[in-house]
Design a protein around this ligand. Sequence first.
Ligand code: ZN
Length: 531
Amino acid sequence: MTNGHQLRVYNSLGRRVEDFIPSGDVTGMYSCGPTVYVFPHLGNMRPYVFADTVRRALRWKGLRVRHVVNITDVGHAVSDADTGEDKMEVAAARERRSVLEIAEFYTQAFFDDIAALNILPAAAYPRASAYVPQMIEFAATLQARGYTYQLPSGLYFDTARFPRYGELAQLHAEGQLEAARVEPVPGRRHKTDFALWRTEEPGRRRVLRWDSPWGWGTPGWHLECSVMSIALLGPHFDIHTGGVDHRELHHVNEIAQSEAFLADGKPWVRYWLHNEFLQLGGAKMAKSAGGAPRLADLTAAGYHPAAFRLFLLGGHYRSQLDFTLAAMDAAQATLRRLAARIQPLRPLPAVETLDAARAAVARTGDPAAARALDLLDAAIAADFNTPRLLAALQDALRDPEITPEGLRTVTAAADALLGLGLAGLDPADLETRRSAGDLTPGERHAIEQLVADRTRAREEHDWARADQIRAELDARGVDLTDAPEGPVWYLRLRAATCGDACGLSAAHEHLSVFIQSATSTAARARERWRQ
Ligand SMILES: [Zn+2]
């Protein structure tokens, strides 16, 4: 039995789709993790859902994976160019808590979110603060090999000593790289040089500080990923993932220092996979651009975390995706229909690999199910094409030729790749309408009065009045259907009818105001840019 369609991935190193060929029995995979100083927002979660899709695809192909995700609890400066104060220390001062308390609290928040999104746990979540001695050793090795120079502000990597610097970003001219960097560092030889060690300024003692050959201070942010990935996955491993922003700077620096350190002439990591941004109002969703909603904001407003996951998977990972409430409504409605369709097929079998799925389908002798499996496999093998995978599942669920037994296997196989938890989702948890029970008696009476007025207007052929009342109901979040037995009305989830008295509606309003304000902030920023 062949292993199905060859897994093809878009490698940022070279910018092309290539066959994925694992180098050994276990595929090592590293994903840049969160800096734990604030709550992660929805845009922060896209890289982890993407990395999870990669893991599920490798598992599907029968490959064993060792996945490592770091937790940055020290060393991430306020600016990505690695200058300024440490993000952790700024947060600690803001919240009047210790740096350790801040790190612990927001690490837990990150774990809560990835668990809610049904992301498979990594083999290890190393904390940067636990690897500082190894980072010092790593930097000292680079210094001994002549790759560094020292300034009063720290130890710097001399990028001119590394001829392949910037290959991943495909930016070879210094002028181009300059555009990505902002704050000048006195004495730095090239704009692209970056700190391996940041020595604390005299008289400005840092909260988290270590002694080093270059004085008391903290490691540079890029260093931790090289050190911890090599410590936990070995000197070379197959896959490194992250957001596309890392492709231009952080990963460029990781490669330079790692290959200078290993000095074996081999590429450090073979496949670099980057996901595009989640957009809000036409700009990258970011804390700084006027706020960004969290997963908790979505769930408080009545959306299921799996609906957010479905929304993400509904776009290809290399496409920018616009976050809107309309898109979330659509995702939740799709998920509800899927759950309702799958409910009678339960219990679903446990099928995680193509081989297991094929064996199960072979036992039932269902050619339609075998065809459907092949389509799922083709979709995931084509650079993780989750929109195609979702469409293939929906087609299978509509296919009149497929047997219920075959459909059970196909559904379980699709969900092993999608990770939506379809085996257990209750359609009732995915209602996109509020129940009329959420209304106060007064609100309910007002709506029923309007519905009755509209019925009368229609009986009197006063269509203008009927339309006007319908618009008023719509503004109150009421959907009206004219059934044979008379008008039936529903409350949409997004409604402003019951104000603060109704928790769900209030949370939804809060979320939509949030999104509107972020959208207009982004629009204003674009406007300023144009002027
Ligand atoms: Zn990293």
